[in-house]
Design a protein around this ligand. Structure first.
Ligand SMILES: Cc1cc2nc3c(=O)[nH]c(=O)nc-3n(C[C@H](O)[C@H](O)[C@H](O)COP(=O)(O)OP(=O)(O)OC[C@H]3O[C@@H](n4cnc5c(N)ncnc54)[C@H](O)[C@@H]3O)c2cc1C
Length: 487
């Protein structure tokens, strides 16, 4: 079948985010620059997806199916050149200053082309996000400075966030479940730091990561009370990468097991002390789940746009398949399903920029502090030590807790989890119905629709299964308020 693309979706060469998220018209009246930036982000991501993802997505996935460690370095280098590593760093430290809504819209757009290639570039924002959630000024500035330097040199710096382990997946994402979890990893307190033994599994970018942020209890019999957040570089003695997973989707980015054998972690690399590790985990999830909602909408959209293209070309009974009434109804249905899920993630993105962590970096005092204290200065000897010290970290944590208090994190867990379920379930329904329309040919690799189906299935499972995310919504919305127990 000859492909003559309709100028629709990814192939339309203009931003249409205002059409797709009508609430932005209202926001634009008050904050025209903010909305202009979102439009620019969408167009940038659309062009990047069209020029660099769509042409290689099927080929890269096939390579990665044969070898799960396969990485398309030419693609990664292009991402570096186009600023993916620094685009989410605050402008005040020389980053791109893109905000939560930019990230969500970029994610939808690029995932319509391929989710794994998107993650390979976008998910390194964990470097900034994990440090920002811990909010230790010395650490934040050091990481931001290193990310900028890596991009300048064109040498990718990969990050992984590792909480899942063989005996605890959903359990590490929920305080009640963590209290009962049997964790295999253990960070034993020793003079000057901790000795870590155990494993993490299914870690995105695990085999590539130069820097890993992970959680571990200091007493495995009391995982909730003693869970802490640590930072390790992959060259540390005793650290190694185990199995790189063969999985049904998300193939173009590696997902790996991480092995800790008596790894020494110095005191200063314990980012969140015993008992506060779960706070860090929940805050990260409160940010990333909305993003996964956008990712789900993107994958569904990718399936739908490929199906529309197919139905536009395909002839049945002397006319085009897209002229069949049942196909038009199905397409309209799918458009509205994705549209509803899009509004859910957009609401979270807008709120995140207003009252969440991204908004915090827009506050004049934080901007001024970052500007006054360049990272290279923070990296110099004593000042670095002073900025990373316990007392200053405590002070900064308190400042952050005032600006983004626990209730706000809980709120984002609620709406973010809802957006995650919404986006990935919508993507699943759409990908499945697209296969119904395209029929047998839809199962063929060359159309990319069956890949969307496999990719969206994985997306329902990770970042907390959708069942666990539903429980989170119930807990935040009702159980807490009305003292309803959750088993
Ligand atoms: C491609 C991919 C990338 C990933 N990347 C990362 C990463 O970068 N970092 C990371 O840390 N992890 C990562 N993960 C792991 C992912 O987050 C976990 O797979 C997910 O949280 C589910 O955990 P599990 O697979 O152990 O399932 P389990 O927790 O074993 O769940 C099994 C079943 O039990 C149900 N269940 C479990 N607990 C409850 C409960 N309390 N209430 C009700 N039902 C429950 C679940 O819904 C599910 O149906 C990744 C996974 C994949 C597939």
């Amino acid at each position: 079948m000859e492909q003559t693309p309709l100028a629709y979706g990814l192939t339309r060469d203009e931003a249409d985010v205002l059409e797709k998220i009508p609430a932005l018209h209202f926001v634009k009246r008050r904050f025209p620059g903010y909305v202009r930036s979102i439009e620019k982000s969408q167009l940038f991501a659309r062009r990047f997806a069209r020029d660099h993802i769509l042409p290689r997505a099927l080929e890269v996935e096939q390579q990665a199916a044969k070898d799960p460690e396969y990485v398309d370095w030419e693609y990664v280098n292009e991402g570096m050149r186009q600023g993916f590593w620094t685009m989410f760093l605050p402008k005040s430290v020389g980053g791109g200053g893109r905000k939560a809504m930019d990230a969500y819209v970029i994610c939808e757009e690029m995932c319509a082309a391929d989710v794994a290639l998107t993650a390979l570039l976008v998910f390194n924002f964990f470097g900034f996000a994990t440090a920002a959630c811990a909010f230790n000024p010395g650490v934040m500035l050091r990481e931001m400075e290193d990310i900028k330097a890596a991009e300048r040199k064109g040498k990718p710096l990969f990050y992984a966030w590792a909480i899942t382990e063989p005996s605890a997946g959903s359990d590490v994402e929920d305080p009640d479940a963590l209290a009962r979890a049997r964790m295999s990893i253990h960070a034993k307190k020793v003079p000057g730091g901790y000795r870590v033994n155990g494993r993490k599994c299914f870690i995105t970018m695990g085999s590539l990561a130069h820097r890993i942020v992970f959680n571990a209890p200091t007493d495995p019999d009391h995982p909730l009370e003693t869970s802490a957040t640590f930072y390790v570089t992959s060259d540390r003695e005793g650290f190694s990468v185990g199995r790189v997973e063969k999985k049904c989707g998300h193939k173009a980015k590696p997902t790996a097991e991480l092995i800790f054998e008596d790894v020494f972690i110095p005191e200063e690399d314990c980012w969140m002390k015993e008992g506060t590790g779960i706070e860090h985990t929940l805050e990260i999830l409160s940010i990333t789940r909305g993003l996964v909602g956008a990712l789900g909408v993107g994958i569904g959209r990718g399936a739908l746009e490929r199906t529309i293209q197919y139905a536009y070309e395909k002839k049945v009974r002397g006319h085009r398949l897209i002229e069949e009434d049942w196909v038009q109804m199905a397409i309209a249905d799918m458009l509205q399903i994705l549209n509803a899920a899009r509004q859910a993630y957009a609401g979270v993105g807008l709120a995140m920029d207003a009252i969440g962590l991204f908004g915090l970096f827009q506050k004049p005092a934080v901007r001024a502090a970052l500007r006054m204290l360049p990272g290279w200065l923070a990296r110099t000897g004593r000042l670095q030590q002073a900025l990373s010290g316990d007392w200053i970290h405590e002070l900064f944590k308190r400042l952050k807790a005032n600006a983004v208090p626990g209730e706000v994190v809980s709120y984002f867990l609620n709406v973010g989890s809802a957006a995650k379920v919404n986006g990935t379930d919508a993507g699943m329904e759409v990908a499945s119905r697209c296969l119904d329309i395209v029929g047998l040919e839809g199962a063929a690799r060359r159309y990319g629709i069956e890949k969307c189906f496999r990719d969206i299935k994985v997306s329902q499972i990770y970042e907390g299964t959708n069942q666990l995310n539903r429980k989170e919504v119930f807990k935040e919305e009702l159980a807490r308020q009305f003292d309803i127990s959750i088993i």
